[in-house]
Write a protein that binds this ligand. Sequence first.
Ligand code: 3PG
Length: 328
Amino acid sequence: MGTANEIFDRNYNNIIKRLELAGITPLIKIDDVKDALPLMGALTAANVNVVEITFRTSAARDVIKMISSKTNLLVGAGTVISIEQVNDAVGAGAKYIVTPAFNPKVVDRCIELGVPVFPGCSSATDIEQAYEKGLRVVKFFPSELLGGVKMLRALSGPYPFMRFIPTGGIRADNLNEYLSFNKVLCCGGTYIVPEELLKQKRYQEITRIARESVNKMLDIKLDHVAINTDYATGTNLLKTFSKLSGEVYVESEDKVCGIEVVRDGKHDNLGHIAFSSPNLERCVYYLEMRGFVVDPSTVVKENGKIAKLHLSGDNAGFTIQLIRKQDP
Ligand code: 3PG
């Protein structure tokens, strides 16, 4: 088991890891518990499996209970503003708590229960209070109105050890700007489950929004194609591509016009097709849900982060490689 603090730390670290992989968590206001399971189905169809249910309706506790007992989704409770709500949320199965403001009583109760808490902070003063409680991740709210990434960069100067969950004004089109700042753990937003669509039970539409948002976040793009061959054949190929593009052939360069030629004659397949994504840990998290498997022997890390890897399996003689999109 362990002490209250040890239990808190273990749960805290696990939830932090999971939120970072997810990248985006929908903030959901749900009035009718009957909508909970169909909505969860709509979200899982888009590989969204971390949700924050906000205590903005009287159904919140029952919704959390339903999700935690009937699905595998990771469910957190949001808009928690009292000790009673912490007790209700945790009793119903919420695995973490998010609050709009820094409330020391709420934070203390969560720590006492060993339940990760992400208090809302909007200033340096709030951040210091959270830090004093031993927390290192806070919700940043309302993010866009407070200055967004610019403000987060400024706050990270004196508090480089803190990470943030910005919410308030996050949409599919500014999500990546936030996630590209390494102090941002993940983002929260109501845009994935618009209240109107939920009321009208337009679940397919919600799946579409969630899927588009995940795709935009992963930003998987074709980077290059690599052809495996021997030295002489490969050199001829590189010369042909150089002539075609008008570039001068350079002996030491293996890539022309986005085509890489591997001239070592050591491979028994045709080559690989490489796709880039800004965060390969997150990309793998989602691709595994889509049924892909990483070939563990191919994982290359740089500064503790995955820089490239291959997926298992053959694709018409090619493997699929993932490479981390370099920051501009
Ligand atoms: C929150 O609780 O963090 C905000 O209400 C979320 O804001 P949004 O509606 O702009 O996502």
